[in-house]
Design a protein around this ligand. Sequence first.
Ligand SMILES: Cc1cc2nc3c(=O)[nH]c(=O)nc-3n(C[C@H](O)[C@H](O)[C@H](O)COP(=O)(O)OP(=O)(O)OC[C@H]3O[C@@H](n4cnc5c(N)ncnc54)[C@H](O)[C@@H]3O)c2cc1C
Length: 283
Amino acid sequence: MIPAAFTYVRAGSIDEAVQALAEHGEDAKVLAGGHSLIPLMRLRLAFPEVLIDIGRVAELQGVRDDGDMLAIGAATTHHTVQHDPLVLEHCGVLAHVTATVGDPQVRHRGTLGGALAHGDPAGDLPAAVLALDAELVATGPDGPRTIPAAEFFLDYLETALAPGELLTEIRVPKLDGNWGWHYEKFNRVAQAWAIVGVCALVRRANGTIDQARVGLTHMGSVPLRASATEAALRGGAADAAVLEAAADQAAEGTDPPTDHNAQPDYRRHLARVLTRRALEAAL
Ligand SMILES: Cc1cc2nc3c(=O)[nH]c(=O)nc-3n(C[C@H](O)[C@H](O)[C@H](O)COP(=O)(O)OP(=O)(O)OC[C@H]3O[C@@H](n4cnc5c(N)ncnc54)[C@H](O)[C@@H]3O)c2cc1C
């Protein structure tokens, strides 16, 4: 399948990309790794007249230490995130989740910012940044603004990025040694998208669980937090009975889709089972 004709613009800086977005308005789309956008264009489900390529904008690449946070350029590839020493040292869960995305070819082209801006609830990274309480920096003609991950995903393939805004940076907290984490992804064949995924982060203090954050992949039109599970864990003992009771509530408040892989009931079942496994591994 061949995409509709488009004009190609290569941005050399964030300013150039924002300027090009302002100039071309709703006719334009940002091109990062192209691994979600190009398939949509080939199916003619998307037909932007202008593509603004940010793949060579140096300011959007790489990971930097920023005090209590890591700041990751939006055009940093999955491969770089997965292997970056700062990510491995301070936010290992992000590297761990990223390693489950597609295959090496996908991870060499696809970018963290692209995966989030695309807003696909079946993607692995949206649930991870939600569980991490990450911050997303969007830059438009009026400069940058910070959007908490909890406010970023609005609906299926719809995010809080305003027309003309570029996602420029993803800020994730450094996790200290009291945090345990795990991502449990269930798919039909290796290297495929998640039928359901669960990203669990648990912090222990004095033998109890003092914080728990659980992000759910593909359990609604947006990535979700398993709030009832988190509440059931908080202050509880780190034992099997507490984990099981909390995991049983993982599907509360979700609205899982039906597709060729699963019905909603099966996804709810998976959410409970995978949450228990993810919590056990995290602890
Ligand atoms: C075969 C295959 C398997 C895959 N498997 C998985 C998987 O298992 N798990 C998973 O999570 N993902 C998977 N993916 C998707 C992959 O993670 C993509 O890389 C990702 O969804 C999109 O990133 P991208 O950089 O390619 O973005 P693009 O395709 O370039 O862009 C996607 C969308 O985001 C917008 N955009 C991109 N960057 C920005 C920005 N900085 N600011 C504003 N808007 C922006 C674009 O305009 C477009 O609308 C797979 C993809 C393929 C092709």
